[in-house]
Design a protein around this ligand. Structure first.
Ligand SMILES: *Cc1c(COP(=O)(O)O)cnc(C)c1O
Length: 638
């Protein structure tokens, strides 16, 4: 490590190192004292220390890991989206309004939906549902009759009936046709209940997009009507005299669309379709552009799949301008623009807080002064390589080291090298790797072939959390999330590490980290001092992670704590939800905790009968069993 730069390290350097300004959306910042802080809104001067929030949470008896939700951020994101569309509409002289809706599937937790409805009511922010369960939650929260309630997803008569009743009660509810056969059912139920629906039509757009969810659009997308199916639907509606029910056109490009050009192309195509529907005599009035507004997880501002090459302002003005240009050509009145941005609305709002339990690192053994004469040649050669390392010869020394190590192993297999000789050779080999890596850190332009050398040298930081439960997309689709320490940021990090979770699964690790230019395989961290807490955070985890997470190794839901930050720098804990206990997760997988405890009690009593336990010892054993059964599934820190 570069000892000489320790004195000159600063909190600002940490902010650079972890790219905080690039990915934080203005909500997170590093304070002089080395704490990572939250800002209630990007423009605010207030900063609230996350370590202080953690202390407050722990004082109240909650343990790590904790999912922290910051109400102010959700509030602020909803405002930002509406204000950005609002100013684009004003600037361009667009005649329609913006009506945002939140797609419930992105984070369905009751608190999230409740807050979105509360914070969104001043903008008539609505909800999008894709199932009966989601429609029920929407109807239990939404009270604003100007807000849109968009019913996507496959529907049966029950779903349609409930949506029709919602319409009758005054909700601005739309039934969006996802497949041709739904139209017959909608017409039938509408006639039976005597309620005219507002119908939306979802179309397949032919333009393809980049990013993970490329298949959501295009001819092979599973949702939406093709051009000929749209024509069939219009003919059928005309025949029934119900063409005037068609009010909305919908499409969805897929989530996390990194390239603004793909969005523009698709919006243009959809506007052409809108114009055609209007020309066919549909009253229309709403254009629903779906989700897709991306989050810049890695802060690179590129069309890389974990990023986006546009800002919110650009997205809004590009969308409004494209719609306007396309419709003005045909003299068609401007519709209300609906978007279903989920990811961009909720991603920033949640942070996973966790602590490090332990660290394992490659042994750093002292080098032998001399290699005994009777050692095989490759061991002698390795020591020579070590002594020959200079900045100019890094690649050469690295290649030689690999060569001699392999040769030594071969000789071991042939019985020409003893265990002790091999151990000495490997000690020298790792010393070479470390010296090459350290020398590389000092070089402006390190050899390209060596950039991955820190990976095998990395320490492993064992983190008190489950990737499968809390960051499922990091495991399933290699999604990058910003991850960093939450304190000691005024100290120079001296370790390069990958993270392992506490599941017993070799996939339960994180070894891809954000970087402005590429993807890093190791993360810079501070040395771990046993007995002293080391807290880390995974950021931008508010979208999709909570209910996609699973019970791998029976690690359950984490504790959830919601805070509201005050402009005075204080915070209120506004809601707490205890995570799953062991008994909870056992009941999810068909155990009855009472039976489990009863069975164990019988076993313990048998041990008393057999003379292995005294009755008093049985009491202690049962107490330990019950503590575990009723306790948190994660590890207790000391
Ligand atoms: C998933 C989904 C969304 C949300 O997309 P984001 O990219 O998260 O904004 C919106 N609309 C529909 C129809 C969806 O399926």
């Amino acid at each position: 490590m570069n000892k000489r730069s320790i004195e000159t390290w600063s909190a600002a350097k940490s902010a650079d190192l972890y790219g905080v300004k690039s990915w934080s959306g203005g909500y997170f910042d590093v304070a002089e004292n080395g704490d990572l802080c939250i800002k209630p809104s990007p423009a605010s001067k207030t900063r609230v220390s996350i370590p202080e929030i953690i202390a407050g949470i722990r004082d109240r008896g909650f343990e790590m890991p904790v999912l922290l939700r910051i109400e102010n951020i959700l509030d602020s994101q909803i405002s930002l989206i509406h204000k950005s569309f609002g100013s684009a509409i004003k600037k361009l002289g667009y005649k329609g309004e913006f009506r945002g809706v939140y797609p419930i599937k992105v984070n369905q937790q009751e608190q999230v939906i409740g807050e979105i409805c509360a914070f969104g009511s001043r903008f008539h922010h609505g909800l999008e549902v894709g199932s009966k369960a989601e429609l029920i939650t929407a109807l239990s929260h939404l009270t604003d009759h100007q807000a849109c309630l968009i019913c996507n997803g496959y529907k049966d008569a029950e779903f349609i009936d409930l949506a029709l009743y919602a319409r009758k009660m005054g909700f601005n509810c739309f039934l969006v046709l996802e497949m041709p056969s739904e139209l017959e059912l909608v017409l039938e139920r509408a006639a039976a209940l005597g309620i005219d629906p507002q119908i939306g039509i979802r179309i397949k757009v032919s333009s393809q997009v980049g990013g993970h969810w490329a298949e959501s659009a295009g001819d092979l997308s599973i949702f939406g009507l093709s051009a000929s199916e749209v024509v069939d639907a219009l003919d059928r509606l005309k025949a029934e005299g119900k063409l005037d029910c068609v009010r909305l056109l919908h499409f969805h490009l897929g989530s996390q669309v990194p390239n603004i050009r793909d969005i523009r192309t698709a919006v243009h195509e959809v506007c052409r379709m809108y114009a055609e529907l209007a020309a066919e005599g549909c009253p229309m009035g709403y254009l629903d552009l779906g989700g897709g507004l991306a989050v810049d997880y890695d802060g690179s501002h590129t069309n890389f799949e974990s990023s986006r090459n546009y800002s919110l302002e650009e997205y809004c003005s590009d969308v409004v301008e494209s719609v306007m240009t396309a419709l003005d050509e045909r003299d068609i009145p401007h519709p209300h623009i609906v978007t279903e941005s989920g990811r961009a609305t909720v991603a920033y709002y949640s942070v996973l807080l966790f602590d490090v339990m332990d660290v394992s690192r490659l042994e750093n053994r002292p080098l032998p002064d001399v290699v005994p004469d009777d050692c095989p040649d490759p061991v002698h050669n390795l020591l020579e390589v070590y002594q020959a390392i200079t900045p100019r010869k890094l690649q050469e020394c690295y290649n030689d080291a690999i060569f001699y190590r392999d040769e030594m192993r071969q000789q071991f297999n042939l019985g020409q090298c003893t265990l002790r000789q091999r151990a000495m050779g490997e000690t020298i080999f790792w010393a070479i790797m470390r010296k090459v890596a350290d020398t590389m850190d000092d070089l402006k332009a390190p050899p390209r072939g060596l950039t991955d050398i820190s990976y095998p040298l990395a320490s492993i930081y064992y983190c008190n959390m489950s990737v499968f439960q809390s960051l499922p997309d990091a495991w399933a689709i290699d999604q990058l999330f910003p991850i960093m320490p939450l304190h000691r940021l005024n100290e120079q990090p001296t370790e390069k590490a990958l993270l392992a979770d506490i599941t017993c699964d070799c996939d339960g690790k994180i070894d891809h980290f954000i970087d402005p230019r590429e993807v890093k395989r190791v993360l810079e961290l501070h040395s771990f001092e046993p007995g002293e807490p080391y807290y880390m955070g995974a950021f931008l985890v508010g979208a999709y992670q909570e209910t996609l997470g699973d019970l791998h190794n029976l690690f359950g839901d984490t504790n959830v704590v919601s805070v509201r930050l005050g402009e005075d720098g204080g915070f209120d804990i506004v809601r707490e939800q205890e995570g799953d206990s062991v008994a909870d997760v056992l009941s999810y997988v068909e155990y009855d905790p009472k039976t489990v405890a009863g069975n164990f009690r019988n076993t313990a009593e048998q041990a008393v009968r057999d003379g292995r336990l005294t009755p008093q010892e049985r009491r202690d054993v049962m107490k330990a069993f019950r503590n575990c059964l009723n306790g948190y599934t994660y590890l207790h820190s000391k």
